[in-house]
Design a protein around this ligand. Structure first.
Ligand code: ADP
Length: 484
């Protein structure tokens, strides 16, 4: 991997704690390239005690960092952002090597990830408090916004860069210190952020990365250590529930970006070509491995066959391969379990009466490569209606009326993203209001941006990331009542 980088020094394999590069008490764990199955790095495997040490260092550093002016924090964060952009190609290569997504997508993720550092660096100067007219003649009321303290993050492998910057950006801007435990599949993209943080002059202990293969032990330390005041997690609803229960003992503030089960609805007045393009981006980006990926595609009866035919053509144009090979649009799945889940959903649809329009099998390339798949005749009693596939399966459901599709779309415990294509203005308003989701894409399949509040309702999570709202999750409100 080093030989692929313009700057080989960006490849770090030790933990970064208190401004020091540290070996793991538990030795190392291996990071593999999902496209080839070969080991590309051995990364420091930290013990729970080492993570406790990192929290202590972060606590000490946070007190000083909180004293910086917003403008001072912004200047340092801006340098961090600039370094991410200057090195975007290398960060992308590291990301593709450990995660599998095509290089262009990986570089896109790096720019997207960096945008949160840029945006929140700017926000650091705008953490406004409030004055409130007193309730008695001698009373003056003031509201301060102060950093929560140390924020700890647990993040998944599907966006190894952006899931961390989306949290670290607002945390650092607010004056919090940050301890990141990246997914064991993709620690290199987290560690390179630490390399650049050091270069940017982020003070020692303010940004720490603690790789460890022992997720649940580290999760317990984060929840039980009184030095941590905020837990921020992106991952499955299942693990989110465990963490919320654990965090309850300390009544810790939590942000949770959990699973989705996004409906993608095509009404009969939709621009079908645009709908196909949107479906391709939102279903097959990252090979279907995003929490806002279309999981259920509902198509109105009048355009069902036409949409299916166009989607088939687009899907058959995808080029599956190693993400580092030019022209690849679709990489491997992250691991064998991910392949099993896709197979399970395909088999379930097939046995309950659905049909394969294209794909449906493991790819000839072997490993965890899988054929991009479209299935028709999919109904609400099938597994894919309730569970996230997290892979390259586009299941097409048929519907007749608006009320019917709203009911089907909302019939899930999840509420992250939903999409629909329609032109009739009154329908657009009514459907957007009726969908029980935190994010709605209307006539677009791409909704992620640092300037908007990203997050789910129902069992898809708590809190919002991005936008001026995103920093609130890292701030405490303090009210001062003064008698004059
Ligand atoms: P995914 O399917 O995206 O891997 P998970 O929720 O399983 O979603 O994992 C998200 C992150 O949470 C990963 O970094 C994983 O290692 C971590 N994790 C898994 N189980 C636990 C746990 N019990 N406590 C803390 N972290 C966990």
């Amino acid at each position: 991997l080093k030989s692929l980088l313009k700057n080989p020094e960006l490849l770090a394999t030790k933990a970064y704690i208190g401004g020091q590069w540290v070996d793991g008490d538990n030795g190392t764990f291996a990071v593999t390239n999902p496209a080839r199955g070969d080991v590309i790095a051995e990364v420091a495997d930290l013990s729970r005690a080492q993570v406790a040490g990192a929290i202590a260092q972060a606590e000490a550093a946070q007190k000083e960092w909180a004293q910086y002016t917003g403008k001072e924090r912004a200047a340092i964060m801006r340098r961090w952002y600039d370094l991410m952009m200057v090195n975007a190609e290398d960060l992308g290569r590291i990301l593709t090597a450990e995660q599998g997504k095509p290089l262009a997508e990986a570089v896109g993720e790096v720019a997207y990830g960096a945008s949160f550092i840029e945006f929140f660096a700017e926000e650091a100067k705008r953490i406004y408090g409030e004055t409130i007219p007193g309730h008695q003649r001698d009373k003056r009321i003031m509201v301060l916004k102060q950093p929560i303290g140390v924020a700890a993050s647990i993040t998944p492998w599907n966006f190894p860069n952006a899931m961390i910057t989306r949290k670290a950006g607002p945390a650092l801007a607010a004056g919090c210190a940050f301890v990141a435990r990246p997914a064991a599949e993709t620690p290199l993209s987290a560690l390179v952020l630490a390399v650049l943080a050091e270069q940017a002059g982020i003070p020692a202990g303010v940004f720490n990365v603690v790789p460890s293969s022992r997720a649940s032990e580290i999760g317990k330390e984060f929840c039980e250590n009184p030095g941590v005041r905020k837990l921020t997690f992106t991952g499955s609803t299942e693990v989110g529930r465990i963490l919320l229960k654990q965090a309850a003992d300390q009544v810790m503030k939590c942000s949770m970006e959990l699973g989705g089960n996004a409906p993608f609805i095509v009404f009969d007045d939709a621009d079908l070509d645009a709908a196909v393009e949107g479906a391709m981006m939102c279903k097959f980006r990252n090979n279907g491995q995003t929490c806002v990926c279309a999981n259920r595609i509902y198509v109105q009866a009048g355009v069902y066959d036409a949409f299916a035919a166009k989607l088939k053509v687009a899907v058959e144009n995808l080029k599956v391969g190693d993400g580092l090979t030019a022209g690849t649009t679709t990489g491997p799945l992250i691991n064998a379990d991910a392949v099993e889940k896709v197979k399970e959903h395909i088999e379930d649809v097939a046995t309950k009466g659905g049909a394969i329009l294209t794909g449906g099998l493991p790819h000839d390339l072997g490993g965890t490569f899988f054929q991009p798949t479209v299935m028709t005749g999919v109904t609400q009693d099938m597994k894919v209606a309730q569970e996230e596939t997290f892979g390259p399966l586009a299941p097409l459901f048929k519907f007749d009326t608006v009320d019917e599709v709203i009911h089907m779309a909302n019939d899930t415990i999840f509420g992250l993203a939903a999409y629909f294509y329609a032109k009739d203005l009154s329908r657009v308003y009514k459907v957007a209001e009726a969908l029980e989701y935190g994010i709605i894409g209307v006539n677009t399949g791409i909704i992620s941006t640092e300037v908007a509040p990203f997050g789910g309702i129902k069992q898809s999570g708590l809190g919002r990331e991005g936008s001026h709202h995103g920093i609130e999750d890292y701030l405490e409100m303090k009210y001062i009542c003064m008698s004059v």
